[in-house]
Write a protein that binds this ligand. Structure first.
Ligand code: 0X9
Ligand code: ZN
Length: 301
């Protein structure tokens, strides 16, 4: 089902997800976490080797920002590794017999479709507000909603939306993650670009109570990531590593969902190609990111 040599449009990605579901029916189940303004499904792929829904869970979402194409490509890479590795790769098998994975491969499908059809560098969703289009879904969570690093102008790329959780995409992430309850052990939201592995918070320079532990695990993840292809990542809290940004999903995951390991990743590169990362880099990006994520999962206490 998978093809990591090219980027795929939304319909192709959904066909790939259907394909992996029919190829691995004992591992894969799909559910719809929400429906967008333009009527598209927001899909989650649950990967489980057993346990009847009782196991701890890892949440990974990709593509909350439409133009960051290597992000959904990396969620597809992860799904491929999990399904092809179960029963053949010892590390993956052990991990999958311990954790369920819930993967939202295209969190913002309206925006993603728009980057294919109209504007390659579109970021937000496509809901119309006051003559412009789109809320930045990563400013729409209730983590200091409307605070630093957000805009109340619907024409801005960082428009926070009319109210916290006003958007179908943020409702979908919220509801799917909360449905996991205390089983959710790690939350990873995948962006590009800049090569960062970031912990809360984005809404303030204060650090989470367990910052030392999240930082320790991030360091292990980045070492494993760098070991694959030598790619350098900077790690630390969002506000210091990148900038103040309120209403983000990983701050919400830590503060409100109570997930103790909440990471926002910025994948390749550092700006040479930026959002237009060549498809030849999908595989190495997937390889190193997956190595980092596996190391992080195995380093959790
Ligand atoms: O600005 C963003 O939303 C992210 N950077 S991006 O270039 N991919 O748009 C950073 C997200 C930081 N996370 C939180 N603020 N929670
Ligand atoms: Zn982003």
């Amino acid at each position: 089902a998978f093809d990591h040599t090219a980027y795929h449009d939304l319909q192709e990605i959904y066909n790939i997800l259907d394909g992996v579901g029919s190829d691995f029916p004992s591992l894969i189940s799909h559910y719809t976490a929400g429906t967008t303004y333009e009527g598209r499904d927001i899909r989650v792929t649950a990967v489980s080797s057993g346990g009847g829904g009782s196991r701890d869970a890892i949440w990974i979402d990709c593509g909350i920002h439409a133009r960051e194409w290597v992000s959904p490509a990396t969620c597809q890479w992860i799904l491929d590794q999990l399904t092809s590795g179960y029963g053949s790769d010892a590390a993956i098998t052990t991990m999958m017999d311990t954790y369920d994975f819930h993967i939202m491969t295209v969190t913002n499908p309206d925006g993603y479709a728009y980057t294919w059809n109209s504007d390659r560098l579109w970021r937000k969703n496509r809901v119309p507000y006051q003559g412009c289009h789109g809320t930045d879904d990563n400013r729409n969570f209730d983590s200091n909603f409307g605070g630093p690093g957000t805009s109340n102008n619907p024409c801005s790329d960082t428009y926070h939306g009319p109210s916290a959780f006003s958007e179908a995409e943020t409702q979908a992430v919220r509801d799917a993650v909360l449905a996991l309850g205390s089983r959710a052990r790690m939350f990873i939201t995948i962006h590009s670009y800049s090569q960062y592995w970031m912990t809360p918070y984005g809404y303030d320079y204060v650090l989470p109570a367990n910052y030392d532990e999240q930082y320790r695990v991030a360091g292990i993840a980045v070492s494993a990531l760098t070991a694959v292809h030598g790619t350098q990542f900077v790690y630390g809290n969002i506000a210091d590593v990148i900038y103040l940004a309120s209403g983000g999903s990983s701050d919400w995951a830590y503060d409100s969902a109570g997930i103790q390991y909440a990471y926002a990743l910025e994948l390749r590169d550092t700006g040479n190609w930026g959002f237009l990362l060549p498809p030849e880099q999908i595989v190495p990006t997937g390889e190193e990111t997956w190595a980092g994520i596996m190391a992080a999962i195995n380093a959790m206490q």
